[in-house]
Design a protein around this ligand. Structure first.
Ligand SMILES: NC(=O)c1ccc[n+]([C@@H]2O[C@H](COP(=O)([O-])OP(=O)(O)OC[C@H]3O[C@@H](n4cnc5c(N)ncnc54)[C@H](OP(=O)(O)O)[C@@H]3O)[C@@H](O)[C@H]2O)c1
Length: 249
């Protein structure tokens, strides 16, 4: 497929590498311009372009930028044809994104994103930590392969998202509609806990909407303390999974 990725940070970089390695025709962009994209993003193929070029003439757009910056790309996305599948990886962290009143009042994060962009989206790759994503992918059928939920209102779009998730070394789990996607938000049992396909249905069912934000904030504080002075912003997979399993499951 022809894929445009906007955002090549912790998650977007691995998306670019894995989807290129899987044979897709990938373009990538950040906010600062193609010259600033590091060579390892393009190690398996792909081209660095402007954000406007990244979303032009592609089958799929993947947005992998902080949630509070999504409104900045709304104008770009408005020009993308309706049949292009738009996938979003974002999560709401008020400590990073600032307070978003609608989400604080209970709006599902993916529905807020769809509203900002003025079009339907697929929610995918939001529920895997960046280090697990970079290091723990496996071929389909491997024992213990990590599963992640994929939500969308359109069956066609969800299928496209799920196929691409499989191409990045993960089992794709059909998590239903965007309205149900609060079950894969930060603080829920499936969120960055590296569970398998067999464990996913029970994890989604066990999600607790009232408690997830509190659990998300506890995890955020612990991660910030852990990273303090390290110069890094994301902890390693082993720490994230141990912490989140203890807090969220
Ligand atoms: N980190 C994780 O473990 C993780 C896991 C799952 C999901 N997520 C979610 O995925 C999203 C990305 O997270 P991340 O950790 O990969 O972020 P990150 O490391 O901070 O990278 C953000 C990327 O977005 C780009 N960007 C920001 N605003 C932009 C704009 N207006 N136009 C084009 N590019 C823009 C940045 O480009 P510049 O550097 O040029 O500004 C950068 O390449 C977030 O919503 C996050 O919550 C993260």
């Amino acid at each position: 497929m022809k894929i445009g990725i906007v955002g090549v940070g912790h998650i977007g970089k691995t998306l670019a590498r894995k989807l290129s390695a899987a044979g897709h025709d990938v373009k990538v962009a950040n906010s600062r311009g193609p010259d600033t994209i590091e060579a390892d993003v393009l190690a398996f193929g792909g081209r660095a372009v402007s954000a406007a070029e990244a979303v032009a003439d592609v089958d799929v757009v993947i947005l992998s930028i902080p949630m509070n910056r999504l409104p900045e790309v709304a104008t770009l996305i408005a020009n993308v044809p309706a049949e292009t599948v738009v996938i979003d990886t974002s999560n709401y962290y008020p400590q990073r994104d600032g307070r978003i009143d609608a989400i604080e009042a209970g709006q599902v994060e993916s529905l807020w994103v769809a509203e900002q962009l003025g079009r339907p989206i697929v929610k995918a790759w939001n529920a895997i930590g960046s280090d697990s994503f970079a290091k723990k992918g496996k071929p389909a059928g491997s024992p213990g392969r990590i599963a992640i939920p994929v939500a969308a209102d359109s069956e066609r779009d969800r299928k496209v998202g799920m196929a691409l998730v499989e191409d990045t070394g993960l089992d794709a789990f059909d998590a239903g509609t965007l309205a149900e996607s609060w079950r894969q938000q930060p603080g829920t049992p499936c969120y960055c806990t590296d569970i398998t396909r067999e464990e996913m249905a029970a994890a989604l069912a066990a999600a607790d909407a009232a408690r997830s934000p509190k659990r998300r904030d506890l995890s955020f504080e612990a991660v910030m303390e852990r990273m303090s002075g390290s110069g890094r912003t994301n902890p390693d997979a082993e720490y994230v999974v141990r912490l989140n399993r203890a807090l969220f499951m």
